[in-house]
Design a protein around this ligand. Structure first.
Ligand code: NI
Length: 430
């Protein structure tokens, strides 16, 4: 099928921040084959033409750090410290989670993400086959990793075996929309020997890495006390850091840590909402961006955010950097838009998405700017970042296929998902 989007503001998210007013985007066989102004007779070349007057088209958001099935624990344990929250509230509930629960909770997360304009995301959790099924059904694009934690390097523990099985069964599945990586949880749940083993396995199967690093002051302090070095140095020594690595958080980092991230071309997933809610601190995003480190944006799991709203995350990210640097020019609109789109696509290894450009894969969203908070119309990019709502997203296109039309997700049964998650959450929490 081919599709032409016409009479619309096209936010390309290219390096120059280009906007094409009254523009058009053509899509054939999932690939963007035209970007520019509307030309005579071109509509005839496409199967379907959508007149998007008063709307804006931009690349879909890429949520670079998430634990989708944790929507099951949303709004359950709030206003707590990270370790207390994780070890005393979340881990005991996770023992009661079944794979079917994980399927429905992942479906809920994917439904929420699509409705808010997210077209690709990165996940680290358990029961990932079930999440993969939900991803395939929904039409979403994703990087999935079975969360790994362990002590010894002896033998192959069951989590690594599960990760390898996930890799064999789902890497490049869903018409290439799914990638599988290895996801060691953190330096406080994995020993250095175990991390080395994960790095070796990743090297053998040529997969990427997804890990939480330097999220809190306590994590860094404990790591230095125990191993004599920061989590980032420990991960580097274990062989985990390279251009295919996503390091979530990187909040408590010193100059040496940032030099390592830069030198090893590590992708950082910044999660300002989660970092604020758990009072983890403020990642030095402006400094790391200035150093040339690829910074993507994520929401983290819904139980520490508590939503999966990338538009809100963009606004939080830019406000936070402005406040901490006491500099209102910090993290301007174009930069934060790229963090939420092309930087994330690069971090996830979906290099042919994240920008509206001829030859790129069509992962696009349409935002309805015919709302009071977009008027008067000056700069549509600023309006989206500073005044917009994720509920303004009307259409979502992934791989050239319309996944959401006029706010209705075509691939998922919304009513059923809400019902299943509610009844399962009641069982788990009882
Ligand atoms: Ni996380």
């Amino acid at each position: 099928m081919s599709l032409l989007l016409k009479n619309t503001s096209v936010i390309t998210c290219d390096i120059d921040g280009t906007i094409i007013e009254d523009g058009a985007v053509g899509i054939s066989n999932g690939i963007i084959d035209y970007v520019g102004s509307m030309e005579a007779y071109m509509a005839e070349k496409y199967d379907r033409v959508m007149d998007l007057r008063g709307k804006a088209v931009m690349p879909g958001f890429v949520n670079a750090h998430n634990h989708a099935a944790m929507t099951m624990f949303r709004n359950y344990a709030d206003d707590m410290k990270l370790m207390d929250w994780l070890f005393n509230k979340i881990f005991p509930l996770e023992d009661k989670l079944t794979e079917e629960d994980a399927y429905w909770a992942s479906s809920l997360a994917i439904l929420e993400m699509i409705k808010g304009g997210t077209t690709a995301y990165c996940d680290m959790y358990m029961f990932m086959e079930k999440t993969a099924e939900a991803v395939i059904q929904s039409g979403m694009r994703a990087v999935l990793g079975r969360g790994l934690q362990g002590e010894t390097a002896e033998g192959l523990d069951y989590r690594i075996s599960e990760a390898l099985e996930l890799y064999r069964n789902y890497h490049n599945s869903g018409d290439g929309r799914i990638r599988v990586n290895l996801a060691p949880h953190s330096v406080y749940t994995c020993s250095p020997d175990y991390l080395k083993k994960v790095a070796r396995v990743a090297w053998e199967i040529k997969s990427g890495i997804n890990i939480h690093l330097s999220e809190t002051v306590d994590e860094v302090k404990n790591c230095i006390d125990k191993y004599g070095m920061s989590p980032i140095k420990l991960a580097d020594k274990a062989g985990l850091l390279n251009e295919n690595t996503i390091a979530a958080h990187c909040v408590v980092v010193d100059e040496e840590d940032m030099e390592i991230l830069k030198e090893k071309k590590v992708n950082v997933a910044h999660n300002p909402g989660s970092n604020m809610k758990l009072a983890s601190g403020i990642a030095p995003i402006k400094t790391m961006t200035d150093m040339g480190i690829n910074i993507a944006l994520g929401t983290d799991g819904a139980s520490s955010n508590n939503n999966l709203d990338m538009l809100e995350e963009m606004r939080t990210a830019t406000y936070l950097q402005k406040v901490v640097s006491k500099d209102p020019t910090a993290l301007p609109v174009d930069q934060v838009l790229r963090m939420a789109t092309i930087n994330g696509a690069k971090a996830l290894g979906f290099d042919n998405t994240g920008e509206i450009k001829k030859g790129m894969v069509a992962d696009l969203i349409v935002i309805n700017t015919q709302k009071p908070w977009y008027y008067p119309k000056h700069n549509v990019k600023s309006a989206i970042v500073y005044s917009g709502n994720s509920s303004d997203v009307e259409f979502v296109i992934i791989d050239g296929r319309i996944i959401m039309e006029k706010g209705q997700v075509l691939t998922l049964d919304e009513e059923r998902i809400l019902y299943e998650v509610q009844r399962r959450a009641e069982r788990i929490m009882s």
